[in-house]
Write a protein that binds this ligand. Sequence first.
Ligand code: FAD
Length: 515
Amino acid sequence: MASGANSLMWFRKGLRLHDNPALEYAAKGSKFLYPVFVIDPHYMEPDPTAFSLGSSKAGLNRIQFLLESLVDLDLSLKKVGSRLLVLKGDPGEVLIRCLKEGYVSGTGVEIFSPVSHTLYNPADIIRKNGGSPPLSYQSFLKLAGQPSWATTPLLTTISSLPPIGNTGSFAVSEVPTVRELGYEDLAEDERTPFKGGESEALKRLRESIANKEWVANFEKPKGDPSAFLKPATTVLSPYLKFGCLSSRYFYQCIQDILKCSRKHTSPPVSLLGQLLWRDFFYTAAFGTPNFDQMKGNRICKQIPWKNDDELLAAWRDSRTGFPWIDAIMVQLRKWGWIHHLARHSVACFLTRGDLFVHWERGRHVFERLLIDSDWAINNGNWLWLSCSSFFYQYNRIYSPTSFGKKYDPAGNYIRHFLPVLKDMPKEYIYEPWTAPISVQRKAKCIIGVDYPKPVVSHDSASKECKMRLGEAYALNKKLNGLVSDEDLNELRRKTDNESTTLDSVSRKKKQKLID
Ligand code: FAD
C-alpha cells in the first residue's frame, strides 16, 4: 500500500527481498518506507483445546517457522537500511489505524497489490477460459502459455531502501519468540528440521538445483516417499507458502538449467511442471466458490462420507495399526512436511481407500500440521485424492501395506518414525499383526498392547469403499442437471449422517432421479 510520498508495505505473502515488487516500487523513490508485519492473535495465540500444540489455526511448528522467517526478513531489511515493524492486533484494524494515525501522508491511499505469489494472475486465466477456471492440467497449460515475465531477469538484489520515519504512537516491537507468544519451546524431537526464512530458502534452492542432471531428469511420481535422510524432492514448499521464495524466481532458475540441457522431462512430471501444478490449483481455487467444502462446491462430487471421530483420531494420532500410515502421520506431526506420495497414501487411506472419512476432516488435520499448509493447494489435493474432483479413478487404491514396501523393503522409515517397531523383523514390519507371538515377544512389541491392531481389514474396507463410491458416482450422474438445488440439499442432509448410506435415500427420491 502506498500513499502520498510515503509507503506502507504490508508483508503478507512475501517474506523476502528478492523478486518483491513492493520493495522494488519503494526503492524507486518513496520518502519513507514502513515494512509492516502484523502479528494476528487469531493466528498466533495458544489454543489449549486444539489437538496439537499451537493456535486454533496453526500447529506450533508452522508458527515457529513463520517467526524464523520474520527474524530473517528483519535482518535482511536492516542490512539495506530499513527494518521490519512488527505490530500486534487484528491486521485489518491495525492497518487502518496506521493509515489514519500518520504513517502515511497525503490525501488519498493507493492500494498497490501486484501479483507475485504465483506465476500467473488466476483472474487472467479464468477470463481466457470464458469465466470459469480450467479443470484439467492440460487445458490450464494451453491457456497459461509462457509467463510474461519469464524472459527478463527478475530483481533479486536490493542495495538500499528509503529510511523509516517516525513511527508515531504505534507500539512497534521486535519479532516475538514462541515463549513470548505463550508457548513452551518445542522439544528437540518434536521440532521440524526445516528452518524458516528467505536465507534458508535461497540456500536450499541453490543446493536443490546444483545437480543440473537431477533437475533435468526430475520425474514425479518416481521419487521415494520413504527417503527421510535426504528427501527425494526439494522441500521448498514451506518457503513458497510464506513467500520466502518467489515461485517466479524458482521457475527462472529451473528454466535456465533446462535451456542448457540436451534432454529433460516436461510438465506435468518435471520440476517446472510441479510449479505449474501450484498455479493450476490456485486458479481452480480462486474461481470456484466453496472450494474448501463439499456443499455448494459445483466441482465436488457429493459423497456420503462418514464422520467417524474414532477412526479420524486413530488416523490423526498414528494409531491405525498400519505402520506405513502411522509412520507418515508421525512425520507429519513432527516435521510438518511429508513427501507427496506419502500425502497420497494417508489421504487415500482416510477417505476412499479404507476409512471412508470425510476429506474435509483430513484436510483440516493437514491444514493445521503442515508447515507448507496452503489453502488452495491443500484443498485441491484433498479433492483429488478423495476422488471428489479432478481425478475419478476410484478403483485405484494405495495399499497401506505393499505401497511403501516397494520403496523401503527393510522398513527403515517405519523404524525411524515408529521406534516401537524398530526390532520387528522385516518380513512383518508392514503387517506386524501377522507376526507369530514369539516374534512379537522377541521384538518387544506385542500387537494390541504395545502397538495397535489394524483398525480395519484393508481387503474388505477397500472393497466397501469402492462400492460406496460406485453408488455415489452413479447418483451424482443422475443428479447432474436433473434435480433442483432444494432436492440436492435434501439428499445431502440425508447423506450427511454417518450411518446413512445411499441406500437409505428414499426409494421414491431415487426413482424420481432415475426417471
Ligand atoms: P517438489 O516436488 O520439489 O515441487 C516443487 C514445488 O511445486 C512444491 O514446493 C510446490 O509448491 C509445488 N508442487 C509440487 N507438487 C504439487 C502439487 N501436487 N500441487 C500443487 N503444487 C505442487 N503442497 C503445499 O505446498 N501445501 C499444501 O498444503 C499441500 N497439501 C497437500 C495435500 C495432499 C493431500 C496432497 C496429496 C498434496 C499436497 N501438497 C501440498 C502438494 C505436494 O505434496 C507438495 O507441494 C510437495 O510434496 C512439497 O514438497 P516439495 O517442495 O519437495 O515439492
